[in-house]
Write a protein that binds this ligand. Structure first.
Ligand code: NAD
Length: 483
């Protein structure tokens, strides 16, 4: 028997009404912990996307469009409270759907609640300005919603990414069309049901699950969409941007990374160790801001490598609902991708691995964590995003060399510096090519309040924090000549 999430998982939400998609077809979800069928979701397509965009526009022209900022804020705060109330249920759902260890799935549910609290509180605190201009004029700016916003969300952190994009978009008064990933949809559907319960008017949020090249492509090319937010892979991000360009629709892209942590000889290693390992393997390494490269100053290379190897020995991979340190990957397909990349490593590169729990079914999508060293910074494994529990150790001799290696990939999402030297911290914070730099800490994906996004192939635009509210709105300048 398949899993019952407590609602018909094959239904889509358009204009406040739940029902099957136009084709009536479904796509099967798999529980990656054991490879067994989990539930069926709708295979939404262009017809459903058309209807969802029209419903979103109707909401903007109707009740939702008339909500004041304070009312929108209250609504999001109520939704945050509902998510908090349902955190355990959401965590169980996500553990089955994504293979995320139960504790981490619960942390994601709490983060979703926190996004809603944050954006609920912030909704009526975004203000325009008055601008000194010529005599006889009053000039001011208004922050207005884009209108209909499209949200294409991946499978790795569905709740967090919905919180940061849909939460911020609703706070600014946009009406959303959400296309969750075909591999992991359940918490998106549950979220939409809680949004109704919180009193979100029909059409303010529409949810159309479906395949990327069908529902996703239709959404990104839709002329009725006024802003697109995409999180996922570089090739698909590029396709979404190209499709949106046809309508001159602005796009926020949050793509991958090859984020480095730089460990200098004067670092507090006891403080660093947890962050060095955890930020690489959390969510089985399927994190856009995973710290997948650890750059270590030569004199302490072996010490750091040995301590990390020791920590790897304690990493157990197992079924998500037994709450191991590391769960399975999202799918057999992702396991095949990661395994294929690992095959590029020479056996001598493998410094340590974690272990598979005896209760992990053979049919699950498990990959044990791998700590690799002995390859140069230009090796494909040190350059390409692996999106699995794999970290590469790279030595450096000087600060200049560390910066060159850190900045030497096509990505630029997050970086960290471990050093007690204040001058070095400030120098590197400026010179590292990344959207976020952490000093003596690391926040893989963390920080509701902290603007987040990349440079280079990590994408453009910022989500999270107040910055997202500016991103999900546009500025209008009003100039009045009154003599
Ligand atoms: P993906 O980019 O294919 O999928 C992400 C989202 O885009 C999903 O909702 C998908 O349905 C949608 N999509 C797919 N094709 C589309 C299209 N043509 N038009 C519009 N939307 C489309 O990612 P994936 O296949 O799930 O994973 C592949 C790789 O992407 C991973 O190995 C990883 O490197 C990367 N990835 C990165 C992130 C991140 O957070 N940066 C998240 C997921 C995957």
């Amino acid at each position: 028997m398949t899993y019952d999430p407590g609602f018909p998982s094959h239904e889509i939400l358009i204009g406040g009404a739940w029902g099957p998609c136009a084709s009536g077809e479904t796509v099967g979800l798999i529980d990656p912990s054991d490879g067994r069928p989990l539930a069926e979701i709708a295979r939404g397509g262009p017809v459903d996307i058309d209807r969802a965009v029209a419903a979103a526009q109707a909401a903007l022209d109707g009740d939702w469009g008339r909500h004041s900022a304070t009312e929108r804020g209250r609504l999001l705060s109520r939704l945050g409270a509902l998510v908090l109330r349902e955190a355990d249920r959401l965590a169980d759902m996500e553990a089955r759907d994504v293979g995320k260890p139960l504790g981490q799935a619960r942390a994601d549910a709490l983060a979703l609640a926190r996004y809603l609290e944050f954006y609920g509180g912030a909704a009526d605190k975004i203000m325009g300005e008055t601008i000194p201009y010529m005599d006889g004029y009053t000039v001011y700016t208004l922050r207005e919603p884009h209108g209909v916003t499209g949200h294409i969300v991946p499978w790795n952190y569905p709740m967090q990414i919905i919180g940061r994009s849909v939460g911020a978009a609703l706070a600014m008064g946009n009406a959303c069309v959400l296309k969750p990933a075909e591999e992991a949809c359940l918490t998106a559907l549950a979220f939409a049901r809680f949004a109704e319960e919180a009193g979100l008017p029909p059409g303010a949020l529409n949810v159309v699950p479906g395949l990327g090249p069908e529902a996703g492509a239709a959404l990104s090319a839709h002329p009725g969409v006024d802003h697109m937010s995409f999180t996922g892979s570089v090739p698909v991000g590029s396709a979404v941007q190209a499709a949106a360009a046809g309508q001159i629709t602005p796009v926020t892209l949050e793509l991958g990374g090859k984020s480095p942590q730089l460990v200098f000889a004067d670092a507090d290693l006891d403080a660093a160790l947890h962050f060095l390992v955890n930020a690489g393997v959390q969510n089985a390494g399927q994190t856009c801001s995973a710290a997948s490269r650890i750059l270590i100053e030569a004199p302490i290379f072996d010490t750091v490598a040995d301590r990390m190897a020791e920590a790897y020995g304690t990493l157990t991979v197992g079924p998500a609902r037994s709450d191991p340190k590391i769960g399975p990957l999202i799918s057999a397909r992702q396991k095949a991708r990661v395994t294929e990349m690992l095959a590029l490593a020479d056996p001598s590169h493998i410094r340590a691995t974690g272990r598979l729990s005896p209760d992990a079914p053979e049919t699950g999508a498990y990959v044990v964590p791998h700590l690799l060293s002995g390859m140069g910074p230009d090796h494909p494994l040190a350059q390409q995003e692996i999106f699995g529990p794999v970290q590469i150790l790279l030595p450096f001799e000087t600060e200049e060399e560390a910066i060159a290696i850190a900045n030497g990939t096509e990505f630029g999402l997050v970086a960290a510096v471990w050093s007690r030297d204040g001058g070095r911290q400030m120098r590197l914070a400026k010179r590292l090519r990344a959207g976020q730099v952490f000093l003596n800490t690391y926040g893989a994906g963390g920080g509701v309040e902290l603007p987040f996004g990349g440079v280079g192939k990590s994408g453009h635009g910022r989500e999270k924090g107040f910055e997202a509210l500016y991103g999900f709105s546009q500025l209008k300048t009003v100039a009045a000549r009154h003599g």
